[in-house]
Design a protein around this ligand. Structure first.
Ligand SMILES: [Zn+2]
Length: 192
């Protein structure tokens, strides 16, 4: 995939979808718009969130070449230590012939790409250069692999607790980071 350029990068974050209460119903659908200050043109993507089949489907048209795209991403659910459930996207993109399958909180479209995909597929390194925070979803995944025992005597193990704490820090950080991003407006939302 081509390198992402921050200029034309659009993203969909689970935190935003949660903020918009889109995980509260079995099926939600609507349109997400991206607008840039001063720009006339707006980009949009139609979405369907179907919790029965646990997937997010995005459909949109790539302006260049007028290509219609429809693609689904499995939605994964994990329990969060600080209460409630946490959703993730599975990046269901074949990148250089290999299925990605990463569990991510954010999908991007940009740099001339046709599909929303995770930052790994787009070769985008989200790290301290971006906003001064180095612990990422990727680190969570890697640390989670190292944990052999999640519970002991019905209680979270020390490593499990520490990972949860870091995960919450990442969540919180993303929330703050997203708050500084240009506001995405959400309109035309329809309940089924
Ligand atoms: Zn990916």
């Amino acid at each position: 995939m081509p390198k992402l350029s921050a200029d034309n990068c659009r993203s969909i974050s689970v935190y935003r979808l949660k903020e918009w209460d889109l995980f509260d119903h079995d099926i939600r659908c609507g349109t997400i718009w991206w607008s840039r200050p001063g720009a006339e043109k707006r980009n949009s993507v139609d979405y369907v969130i179907d919790l029965n089949s646990s997937k997010l489907t995005l459909s949109y048209t790539i302006t260049q070449g007028k290509i219609d795209i429809e693609h689904s991403y499995p939605l994964l659910k994990t329990e969060c230590n600080y209460g409630g459930m946490r959703y993730w996207f599975e990046c269901s993109i074949f990148n250089r012939g290999r299925y990605c399958g990463r569990r991510v909180a954010k999908l991007y479209l940009g740099g001339g790409g046709k599909y929303f995909a995770c930052r790994h597929c787009y070769d985008l390194t989200y790290d301290s250069r971006l906003d001064g925070f180095a612990y990422t979803d990727w680190h969570i995944d890697e640390d989670a692999k190292k944990i052999t025992r999640w519970y002991y005597n019905g209680k979270l193990t020390r490593k499990h607790r520490s990972l949860m704490k870091k995960q919450c820090a990442v969540d919180k950080h993303w929330m703050e980071f997203m708050a500084t991003m240009p506001k995405i407006s959400k309109i035309l939302e329809v309940d089924h």
